[in-house]
Write a new protein. Structure first.
Lengths: 187, 187
């Protein structure tokens, strides 16, 4: 493992470095409904590196890289964003490497393991109370994946995203600290 | 010994160097190490480099930061120092981190703490050194007590770690106490 921050069984989380920028920019563009690193505009590799530096220096955000334990390969990028210390809430976003690189099962396994690690960190170290995420409503598989780790669907934002020439509905999912604590009674 | 500033029995303290940065980054991301410190986010190469560079550059009269090096094998094992030095009141805050976990439990923390306290009183001519230690850091508390720090106050629930609040102990050592103890040691 290179520079482990939080360690899971098959993956680990490590600091997001500026050299991860080009992959991060590509993967977020594919997966995101909101707050793309540059709002859909083209991002050069150099600009992507700078975006990561800005992100990791921003106190209202935490950038984290997801790497595979077997080969240290970067397989995903995480942003905790809009961290609000008064409400103790924050947004969560996980962008994974293309499915073709991970395999179908890989997506499920990595999403669940990375999300569990991030939630433990968000609630037990950052002392947050609520984590939410936005996803394409049409992506049923993703909704199921996040339900499995404890997120609840809270509503649909109609035509909140625009992609491939059309508007898309966005689903909001959230998990509260008390819900998470009931699921993970360890410690 | 390379550029020693303060030499002890098995350790010496020296100024930080650029080449130390990778080791420090690894340790700052290690949760077993970080839970005793003030670091709660992933530490990137950039974060660590900025910290190391500012320590190398010097010029801040309120900071005295050292690398802790084991004499045997000239091995970097951590960092320590005085922070928030107040030259009028002649007080400073003490901090330490033994990042190399294989070297825990060998008395290096105690030795390094004693070296910095001696440096504070004998070189910097300070009058008081204080520190904060989390209640679960029993190894740290033991080391500080052996060096002569006294428990002065307990800040109730001042720390959040592993999903709950913990007390923080405020410890201090005065120059007069330290001088008395030194005299007893060397009759």
């Amino acid at each position: 493992m290179r520079m482990p921050f939080l360690v899971g069984e098959t993956i680990y989380l490590r600091p997001l470095e500026s050299d991860d920028g080009p992959d991060a920019a590509r993967w977020f563009r594919g997966a995101e409904t909101e707050g793309r690193l540059a709002g859909g505009l083209p991002v050069s590799e150099e600009a992507a590196r700078r975006l990561i530096e800005t992100l990791t220096r921003d106190e209202r955000q935490v950038g984290i890289a997801v790497a595979r334990r077997a080969d240290d390969r970067l397989v995903g990028v995480i942003r905790l964003y809009r961290l609000n210390p008064q409400r103790r809430s924050g947004g969560y976003r996980l962008a994974l490497a293309p499915t073709s690189d991970l395999g179908r099962g890989g997506v499920d396994a990595i999403t669940q393991e990375a999300t569990r690690l991030v939630l433990a960190y968000a609630f037990e170290t950052l002392n947050l109370n609520r984590i939410y995420l936005h996803g394409f409503a049409s992506d049923r598989a993703a909704r199921t994946r996040y339900e499995k780790v404890g997120f609840t669907e809270e509503g649909i934002l109609r035509q909140e995203a625009f992609q491939d020439g059309r508007y898309e509905d966005v689903v909001v999912m959230g998990i509260l600290r008390e819900e998470w604590a009931r699921r993970a009674p360890s410690r | 010994m390379r550029n020693p500033a303060v030499a002890g029995r098995t350790l010496y303290l020296r100024p930080l160097e650029r080449g130390d940065s990778d080791s420090f980054q690894l340790w700052m991301n290690d949760q077993e190490v970080a839970r005793n410190l003030l670091v709660h986010r992933p530490v990137t190469q950039d974060d660590q480099a900025r910290f190391t560079e500012s320590a190398i550059a010097g010029g801040d009269p309120t900071e005295a930061v050292f690398a802790i090096v084991r004499k045997k094998g000239d091995l970097l094992i951590g960092s320590t120092g005085l922070h928030a030095i107040d030259w009028r009141r002649r007080i400073a805050a003490f901090g330490i981190e033994i990042g190399r976990k294989e070297e825990w439990g060998k008395g290096y923390g105690t030795e390094a703490t004693a070296l910095v306290v001696a440096y504070a009183f004998r070189e910097l001519n300070l009058n008081r050194v204080w520190l904060h230690v989390y209640e679960y850091n029993t190894r740290g508390i033991g080391a500080y007590e052996r060096v002569g720090f006294r428990m002065e106050a307990t800040l109730r629930q001042d720390c959040f770690c592993d999903g709950r609040y913990w007390d923080v102990h405020h410890m201090g050592i005065l120059r007069a106490e330290w001088e008395r103890a030194e005299k007893k040691k060397k009759p």
